[in-house]
Design a protein around this ligand. Sequence first.
Ligand SMILES: Cc1cc2nc3c(=O)[nH]c(=O)nc-3n(C[C@H](O)[C@H](O)[C@H](O)COP(=O)(O)O)c2cc1C
Length: 286
Amino acid sequence: MVASGTFGFGEEYEDFFDLNQLGAIITKGISLEPVIGNPPPRIFETEGGIINSIGLQNPGFKDFIEKKLPYCKKLKTHLIVNFFGTSQGEYVELAKRFDEILGISGLEMNISCPNIKRGGITFGSDPRIAYRLVAKVRKATKLTFIVKLSPNVTDIEVMAKSVEEAGADAVSLINTFRAMAVNIYSRKPELGNIIGGLSGPAIKPVALRMVWEVSRRVKIPVIGIGGIMKAEDAIEFILVGASAIQIGTANLVDPKSGINVVKGINKYLVQNRVNRVRELTGLFNP
Ligand SMILES: Cc1cc2nc3c(=O)[nH]c(=O)nc-3n(C[C@H](O)[C@H](O)[C@H](O)COP(=O)(O)O)c2cc1C
């Protein structure tokens, strides 16, 4: 799959390869109302990764349905809508609305957002708040429901467990790490928002460790994300327990990354006489 925020709504990438060869396209995060996002600069390249402070810019529910969804529906691949809110009510309302729309295969809920009613603490860093939110959203939708976990927590296993108990169908991890960079000449931040989220190869070893730990702890499928640039990276995640993977920053380096990873995994399966990716999941042998 291609990760939220790094593949737009698919259309931007159609000239590079046949998008139907992807397992799924995950949309940019959608909120009830449009979001303008943070002031520029919003992306800073660092060693082994990027820091972004896009600020969840998106067209909002109505424009997504009217202007973006018709294109996505024409594709044969699955469409998973990533969404977020700033209150529990907003999350639930969005889930209800998406539930009624044809052409959506599943929802991925981003809980790395500040809970405005709770003074800005993110939904994804307190297991009790996450449990309550997931349980409410679960009741609001019959769609496949993935909860995307933040790595900015003390114990990601506890977060995964409470999300599973609250009724999520799967967890995806990880989102970006809170990060920053300073220009030593101007002595100013490199990002307009000062703080952004670190992604790319720099985070891969940490993401891999988290996916391994979470996979051992929960029974629901785990989707691995974080610094996957090539098929070998993806296979590492699958071996430690991921049932599927997402490619994010790599899409910004080479728009064909998604299809290259698919081809590379297939080659590995043939070379190792494995019939299905499913058979590789969890084969890591420490
Ligand atoms: C420019 C950019 C925008 C992103 N936007 C979102 C978003 O809207 N919602 C979300 O859940 N994750 C978002 N992410 C996080 C990615 O989906 C992914 O979890 C993260 O980048 C780690 O994977 P990677 O190292 O392969 O990029 C964004 C990442 C980047 C780089």
